[in-house]
Design a protein around this ligand. Structure first.
Ligand code: CDP
Ligand code: CDP
Length: 204
């Protein structure tokens, strides 16, 4: 039997952290769909056409360590507005979601467009300031030369582009459970996500 958990939300809200913990708890597979757009965005920085890059994407392109930079994040959100880029990535995501044994997908449009029938949907969010601080600490810890002000400006620019685009804009699905992590520790955020999903599983 398949069971799909859709986890959407803005940049650095805690989607990835929560998704990994939820996947481990339920023993489900996890796909960070942001990496697909980051991989396409990274190729465009080398001059590759984004639609071509999306159509030719392979597993080896999804190297998380090299893709988690501010430049690639911006490039990802720029290619993510292109309808043909999104279309090229749909089948892979839907096939992953139908995995026997269950799947967690995190991104922007999982509960609204990719898996509108997902059994559990969460919308993970937090204030832009809290998210920028978290992302700054992460990038600073990796030795990247960034300021908290610049990270906040980047996060706000990406949020506006992701929410304002015509194709699959970032917004909570009507039936999503909202998890605001602004004042939550990672442990508390994970616990609240697991509790909400457990209730949905019992009622499924
Ligand atoms: O996947 P997404 O961009 O939404 O966020 P993430 O990579 O899971 O989390 C961004 C950063 O915030 C990570 O360094 C997490 O450890 C941290 N975080 C936190 O401090 N408190 C939370 N409740 C959730 C995440
Ligand atoms: O980790 P963070 O939340 O900062 O970003 P990400 O999840 O890696 O996504 C990078 C960019 O890819 C986002 O700003 C979106 O523009 C795009 N994206 C998307 O459009 N749809 C998805 N399902 C996932 C990501």
């Amino acid at each position: 039997m398949s069971f799909t958990i859709a986890i959407d939300g803005p940049a650095a809200a805690g989607k990835g952290t929560i998704s990994k913990a939820v996947a481990a708890h339920f023993e489900f597979a996890h796909l960070d769909t942001g990496l697909l757009y980051r991989a396409v965005g990274a190729k465009t920085l080398d001059g590759t056409d984004p639609i071509e890059a999306a159509r030719k994407l392979v597993a080896e392109d999804l190297d998380a360590d090299n893709l988690r930079t501010p430049d690639v994040a911006q490039a990802a959100s720029r290619v993510a507005v292109i309808a043909d880029v999104r279309a090229a990535l749909v089948d892979f995501q839907r096939a992953f979601a139908r995995r026997v044994g269950g799947a967690v997908l995190d991104g922007r449009d999982i509960g609204t467009v990719i898996c509108p029938n997902a059994e559990a949907k969460l919308f993970v969010t937090a204030s832009a300031e809290v998210r920028a601080k978290r992302r700054f600490l992460e990038l600073d810890g990796k030795g990247l030369d960034v300021s908290q002000e610049q990270v906040l400006a980047d996060v706000k620019e990406r949020d506006a582009r992701d929410m304002g685009r015509a194709e699959a804009p970032l917004k909570p699905a009507e039936d999503a459970v909202i998890v605001d992590t602004s004042d939550l520790t990672i442990e508390a955020a994970v616990a609240s996500a697991i509790k909400a999903i457990t209730q949905l599983r019992e009622n499924a």
